[in-house]
Every structure is written in C-alpha cells, then in structure tokens.
Design a protein around this ligand. Structure first.
Ligand SMILES: [Zn+2]
Ligand SMILES: [Zn+2]
Length: 338
C-alpha cells in the first residue's frame, strides 16, 4: 500500500487555536481493524485529550449513517444518496471510495479513491484529513481525478488559513488506465466513467501467482528443479473482486467489462420512476433503473449493489418500483442500498 513515513509525534502538536467540534469528547475509533493499518492506536492513554477528559472507556461516535454487508469475506460499508453524501469502505482492504461524508469510524482507513469532485463525493476531505492529524495518524493518501488535485490543494490551504491547523495529506492525481498497487495481492485499476465533470470508476483486483498450464502434469520435485534452473514456472492471475462505478451514465459501465465481471459491483441507480426521462438522465451522467433491467444478461456479478438514489424518492417507493421492473431482482443478486 502506498504509505508515507510516519512523522515524529512532535510535528503533530496542535496549536492552541485548534479546538475542533467534538474534540472535548475523547476521540476514539473502533479499536481493531482500522487502526492496525496506521500503526497508531488512539486509546485514551495516548490521545492528546487523555488528561482533559479522564475517561477510560472507548467512545464510538455515531455521526453518520453506515450500512454494512458482508460478501464472501469482503465487508462493504457505506452510504450513498444523490446530492446528499456518498462514502464507501472496504475495511479488509483498508481502502475507501469517495469522501462525501466521513463517519467517525472510517477515520482509520488511510487510502481513498475519489470518483469525481462533486461535493456529495468530496466535501468531507478536509475534515477527514484534519481528524487524522488530530489523532496523530499518518497523512492519508487520496487518489482523485488529476484535474481536481490543484483546486483541492487550494481549498486545503484556505482551510488551513481559517483553522490554523495543518492538513497533511498526499493527493495523487489519476487518469483512466492507471493502476495502483495496494499490496502484493491487490491492485486497483482506474476506468473512465461518463458524468458532467471528469469522473473515474475503480476495480479492485486480487492477484495470485499460479503454475503455468504447461507445467501442470509435473511432480513437485520436477517443478522445483525447473525453478532452480531459473524458469519462471508461475504466472499472474487476476480476479476482479470489487468494482465501484461512482456517478456515471450507462456508458461508464459498458466501457469497462471488468465491472460486469467483478464479484461485487457498486453502481448508481439515481433514477427509478418510469416518468423520468432517460435521455435527460443520461445527459446528466446518471443511470435509470431501466438501464439496469436492459443489461441484465451482461451482469456476471455475484452481488450488485444499487445506490445513490435521488432524494425525490422514498425508500418504499424505490423498492416498489425496482421490484416491479425487475421482479426477480436479477436472480436475487441485486441489492438496494437503502
Ligand atoms: Zn453523486
Ligand atoms: Zn456527481
């Protein structure tokens, strides 16, 4: 995973002026998964506020809605409504997608992929960076469309002026076609999506080294001898485990076959009402329920999560309209993130 070296604790010293909202409640995020990733476990003992509160109990702050679903050992957490906020996280892979909001429990995740710079996907970036600094955690690494890097840097500088607290983070611009190595086992590929601003989708691949087919009939010692003789007996195999479309017209899906093959696909289905015109929806870079129904044969995913519903629909209405259009819910694979 791309990491920046830990800074000495002294460099994180807070100025007198930085008293963020909620700071007097001792900040504490879930103690297990997320914090292993950053090497800093903010317990009350090492929290800058330990002395101030005298509390001993961990405090979990529930500041934003988070829904969770586990599929074959992969946990998907998040929330997404159009024009409200979108954020997703895969805790096992220590990555997240979009920063439209930032649940307190997501803070320990240090690598993020931002699909595009609409506010409902980006607005929480400064608070996320500030919280990590406050908690003496490593500066996060945030991948985002290249065109967004400079404006976001400027925004962060302005917040630093107002807040008088540094906002250390690494913003890395990415383009369609790029590949980001998360670890030996996982790679993220970047794909072009179709929206009203430059936008990206992401596919998370699991990669393994497997014996090349021509060596399949050989015994263990024979393979060992080949290896010792310098032959590369294995080859890389990749499997798309998770795909995140972000905001996009259907062309964003059609352009990326791996999205349709990924075990889990998170896509947007902003519009569901039959009366909402598809040509207009596509022009504004979104997907209608009918687009999903029309592509049913193309989805080879085990789980398809539909999200980012417009606020003009209630949850009940979304459910009713989707079930009417796709009664079998794509053989039970379609899950509405409500
Ligand atoms: Zn959106
Ligand atoms: Zn958008």
């Amino acid at each position: 995973m791309p990491r920046t070296p830990r800074r000495p604790a002294g460099r994180h010293a807070r100025t007198k002026n930085v008293v963020a909202a909620g700071e007097l409640d001792s900040p504490f995020v879930e103690p297990d998964r997320p914090f292993r990733a950053c090497g800093v476990v903010p317990t009350l003992r090492n929290s800058p506020l330990a002395g101030a509160t005298g509390r001993r109990e961990p405090i979990m702050i529930d500041n934003m809605p988070v829904k969770t679903l586990v599929h074959k050992g992969l946990t998907i957490e998040g929330y997404s409504r159009a024009a409200v906020q979108t954020y997703w996280r895969l805790p096992e892979l220590k990555i997240g997608f979009d920063l439209g909001g930032q649940p307190w429990s997501f803070m320990g995740t240090s690598t993020w992929f931002v699909s595009h710079a609409h506010l409902d996907h980006l607005a929480a970036l400064p608070v996320y960076v500030a919280r990590r600094r406050m908690m003496k955690m490593d500066p996060p690494v945030i991948y985002l469309p290249t065109v967004a890097v400079e404006p976001v840097q400027k925004i962060l500088r302005q917040f630093t002026r107002l807040d008088r607290g540094r906002l250390p983070c690494e913003l890395r611009g990415v383009e369609p076609g790029a590949e980001i190595e998360l670890s030996r086992e996982h790679v993220v590929s970047v794909t072009q999506t179709v929206h009203t601003v430059p936008s990206l989708g992401f596919v998370v691949w699991e990669r393994r080294r497997k014996l090349r087919p021509q060596y399949h009939g050989l015994t263990g010692p024979q393979i060992r001898d080949l290896r010792l003789g310098g032959a590369d007996v294995t080859e890389e195999r990749r499997m798309p485990r998770f795909a995140y479309l972000g905001d996009s017209a259907p062309a964003g899906l059609d352009n990326c076959p791996a999205m349709l093959e990924a075990e889990v696909l998170v896509l947007e289905m902003t519009f569901v009402a039959p009366s909402h015109r598809k040509d207009k929806i596509h022009k504004f870079g979104h997907i209608h329920l009918d687009d999903i129904r029309d592509r049913r044969e193309q989805f080879h995913n085990e789980l398809i999560i539909a999200s980012h519903f417009s606020t003009r629909y209630t949850s009940k209405r979304i459910q009713r309209l989707v079930e009417r259009a796709i009664p079998d819910m794509l053989d039970g694979r379609l899950h509405l993130w409500l």
